[in-house]
Design a protein around this ligand. Structure first.
Ligand SMILES: [Zn+2]
Length: 66
C-alpha cells in the first residue's frame, strides 16, 4: 500500500504578530538560454522567437536544411 504524501515545497511559514502564517513562495525560476540576434543584438527567450524576428525584421532565412 502506498501512502501519498504531498510535499509543499513552495510554502513557507512566517510569524506575524506571534501567529504562524503560511505564505506561498514562488518556485525557483529556471534559467533559460537566451538567443541573441547577431544583426541587432536583441535577445529572445527561444530560438523560435529569434528565427521569427530574423525572418520578419531582417527578411533573412535561418540556415536550415530544408
Ligand atoms: Zn535582429
Amino acid at each position: 500500500m502506498v501512502t501519498r504524501e504531498e510535499k509543499k515545497e513552495n510554502e513557507k511559514k512566517i510569524k506575524v504578530d506571534g501567529t504562524e502564517v503560511k505564505v506561498k513562495t514562488p518556485p525557483p525560476r529556471k534559467v533559460r538560454p537566451v538567443y541573441y540576434c547577431q544583426t541587432c543584438n536583441r535577445s529572445f527567450p527561444s530560438q523560435l522567437d529569434l528565427e521569427e524576428h530574423t525572418k520578419i525584421d531582417h527578411g533573412k532565412k535561418m540556415a536550415t536544411s530544408a
